[in-house]
Write a protein that binds this ligand. Structure first.
Ligand code: AOF
Ligand code: ZN
Length: 418
């Protein structure tokens, strides 16, 4: 009996807290998952409401996932319109210049949008950019309530979306799933707040941490399934970067090649760092027949004549300032790429280039492929070159977020700890 009373009191306390703040409504979903199973009918009914909220938000996230990698420099967003618990329409962000997720859903719903609740993974925009503001379309369609997962830090939005909706009588529930909203568009969030692309490092190594044998042989460290996954990652990046040493040693094409592509693949901008322009004129990466574009970054140490020789319809040369060691200044590089709307950059190596990005603290995420092989040899290269650090305390800290096996190889995705 006493236990029953205690449960009822717990229910009442939780219920009061839940209605006190919107944020708590979502916190209570976790409380439920943690097995705090209060049993009053009132509370169960309340949980049902908030859980269907979270179900609709999860649907919005899965819609956004469909658009991931195809919306740059815009974030990939999902939106769902719901009335009386029924999904009326679903939308997602279309390529930049076309409709945003909210407008996509509103167009599909037509008049049925009136009185609906919208679940959307990002604060709706309130500005005229390539497209008119979503907030205006939401108000005009008569949407009653908007739940969004995370605010849009774009200085043109940043709370203005919420304010516009509230000022026009729409009920707004913000910050429902901040962590998930951030994770899904982490490159966009980084780009829109720093003006620079989010940097991924990608490499394949053996169990003993080697990217090649002592003779420099590196084809192939991993098997076909892992390499195919590498191409899938390329398909989601805005740009891919290598140093000229890699071009000279491996002569890569740096295009996206997928065996199971059902739609057109994306060829990220190919970037070659080459401070003195040692790139051979026969390199495959500057082949005019390649799809997509190549950008060669150099410094004023290179010959003007060679710069002219390299330029073609799909190949451009950009001269940037150098650091004291005569290498391309990475800050200038990332700023220049941000100005060109590059939101994500995949650095593929080699070791020297990766060493420079790591030393400058620019690597936000690492995709490591590990092949179950041992090659040995002190002279065999490891993924990150440069001078390294003296003390473990100075190491860049990462957190492993995901692991997957591809064939015999393992893929580890780690994010920089903040
Ligand atoms: C939304 N829904 O689906 C997306 C949003 O140039 P525009 O008009 O396409 O606006 C781009 C900005 O809009 C972008 O930088 C980001 O702040 C936001 N993206 N907003 O309401 C969407 N993709
Ligand atoms: Zn919008």
């Amino acid at each position: 009996m006493r236990e029953g009373n205690n449960t009822a009191i717990l229910d009442i306390v939780l219920f009061a807290l839940a209605i006190a703040t919107v944020r708590f409504r979502y916190t209570l979903v976790s409380a439920y998952a943690l097995n705090l199973k209060p049993c009053t009918r009132l509370y169960r009914a309340f949980l049902f409401v908030i859980m269907s909220d979270s179900k609709h938000m999860q649907l919005a996230f899965s819609l956004a996932e469909k658009a991931a990698g195809k919306t740059s420099p815009n974030p990939a967003v999902g939106a769902v319109l719901v009335k009386h618990g029924q999904v009326i329409a679903k939308g997602y962000t279309h390529p930049a210049g076309e409709q945003h997720a909210e407008v996509d859903a509103l167009l599909k719903a037509g008049d049925a949008a009136q009185g609906c609740t919208m679940y959307v993974t990002l604060e709706p925009c309130a500005h005229y950019g390539r497209t008119p503001p979503c907030t205006k379309a939401i108000v005009e369609a008569g949407v009653a309530e908007v739940h969004y997962a995370i605010g849009d830090p774009n200085p043109k939005v940043n709370g203005r979306g919420r304010k516009y909706l509230e000022d026009h009588g729409v009920k707004v529930f913000a910050d429902a799933s901040v962590a998930q909203g951030y994770a899904q568009n982490r490159a966009f969030f980084h780009y829109v707040t720093t003006g620079q692309p989010y940097v991924f490092a990608k490499y394949a190594m053996t169990l003993d941490g080697k990217i090649a044998t002592v003779t420099g042989e590196s084809k192939w460290i991993t098997g076909g399934a892992a390499r195919e996954h590498g191409h899938r990652l390329r398909n989601q990046s805005d740009a891919i970067l290598v140093g000229v040493e890699t071009v000279i040693a491996d002569d890569p094409q740096l295009t996206t090649r997928l065996s199971d592509a059902h739609e057109a693949v994306k060829h990220p901008l190919r970037i070659v760092l080459d401070s003195t322009l040692r790139i051979p004129l026969t390199a495959r990466v500057i082949d005019p027949a390649l799809p997509g574009k190549t950008l060669i970054i150099t410094t004023n140490q290179s010959l003007v004549q060679k710069r002219q020789q390299l330029k073609r319809e799909n190949v451009d040369v950009l001269v940037l300032g150098a650091n004291a060691a005569g290498q391309i200044d990475l800050k200038l590089l990332l700023d220049a790429l941000g100005q060109r709307d590059i939101t994500s950059l995949m650095v593929e190596g080699g070791a020297q280039v990766l060493g420079s990005f790591v030393a400058a603290g620019y690597v936000q995420e690492i995709w490591t492929f590990i092949a179950p092989k041992l090659v040995g040899g002190v002279a065999a290269k490891t993924p990150v070159g440069g001078n390294g650090i003296a003390q473990l305390q100075q190491a860049l800290q990462f957190e492993i977020k995901e692991t997957k096996q591809f064939g015999a190889d393992l893929w580890v995705r780690s994010e920089r700890k903040v």
